[in-house]
Design a protein around this ligand. Sequence first.
Ligand code: UDX
Length: 435
Amino acid sequence: MRIAVVGTGYVGLVSGTCFSEFGHDVICVDTDEGKIASLNAGQVPIFEPGLQAMIDKNSRSGYLKFSTDLQSAVAAADAVFIAVGTPSRRGDGKADLTYVYAATREIAAALTGYTVVVTKSTVPVGTGREVERILKESNPKADVDVVSNPEFLREGAAIEDFMRPDRVIVGTLVKRAQDVMSAIYRPLSLSQTPLVFTSLESSELTKYAGNAFLATKITFINEIAELCEKVGADVHDVARGIGLDRRIGSKFLHPGPGFGGSCFPKDTRALFETSVEAGAPLRIVDTVIDINERRKRDMAGRVIAACGGSLTGKKIAVLGLTFKPNTDDMRESPSLDILPELVSAGASVAAYDPEGMQEARKLLADIEFCESSYATLENADALVIITEWNEFRALDLDRVKSLMKEPVMVDLRNIYDPRDMADKGFTYSSIGRPV
Ligand code: UDX
């Protein structure tokens, strides 16, 4: 199959690269000339394990190309994937579809022969129909079907998730479009990955419903963790106990400082807006959004409490700034709420993150950024772990203690064991576990 992918953001770049790994001829298109020039020079703009190697390999073998020439890429393609950004619109939280519709108009003008136009970006219900309308209006002669094919990959595990998905959702009831999509995903039939065919609308909603459900699951366990703290229970025992019930499942029951990232916050807001507009408001989703936003802000209170009620004149060491490990992504990261609160409570803050510092420097003011974990700790009154990077799991605790002024640790990801920490002489607090 010949595939054009429009937009070389996270989803576009990973999808295009993995389609080329399937053996298809792929051209990834972007309007950003600098980005395309870098990609052609072998520089990958995001940190994602395994991506660079796969891009190098498939660029060398000629299956994967990068270009700013949308017209030629689309004209030659059997399928065009729209993978441009759909950020939250300022003010109302709805998904901003400007880029999707602009790309659609450009694609319309370039179509030749039968082409399947696929929305890969997360788009609200009804977007596929609008894309269809724009294509037909802009190019009435075009022989085209529109398909929704949402992407469920996680950052940090993107290649693995794309190559071994639990399922692929394909929103079209048109037989010949289904055939093209089946051909594209044929390599996954070896691993018996289900291809689920639905209507455009069901497919679009599946993506939002899935993300909202996962965000709800996290928020649920975060609230249970709060209750555990009050009644002396251990949230990990509770999570394991409920997770072994296969109807519940053990994943996404890890408590923390609240979910962040480029998807859950944006998609829960957009889904809620859709539901209100449709006259079926999703009250659970509204509550999840509210609880999560409060939770991120409240985390600073735990640090203040651990330091005896005041941060005035104190130094706080922070490890982990990205919204989760194995990414350089800072979007909606809990650190963006927690650090400013610490600073305004009078603390001086020293921070380190293995991949997120470049981005963090642009987003956080009045922070001393350090070159290593240990450099943040000198003379610190408390250490706060915000992101569970592997390298923070293996700290030399004796060294940590000897560097700090006070051996106080606030572990917002529960990566250490409370008993071990007590044995080591730390004043240790974590989420939802007895001290
Ligand atoms: C998510 C979805 O998992 C993915 O299917 C979708 O395509 C995009 O959104 P991603 O944002 O990359 O992926 O990260 P994910 O691993 O799902 O984590 C999201 C947030 O939830 C992170 O802030 C993470 O720390 C938090 N989280 C996740 C928890 O706090 N507890 C958990 O048990 C799981």
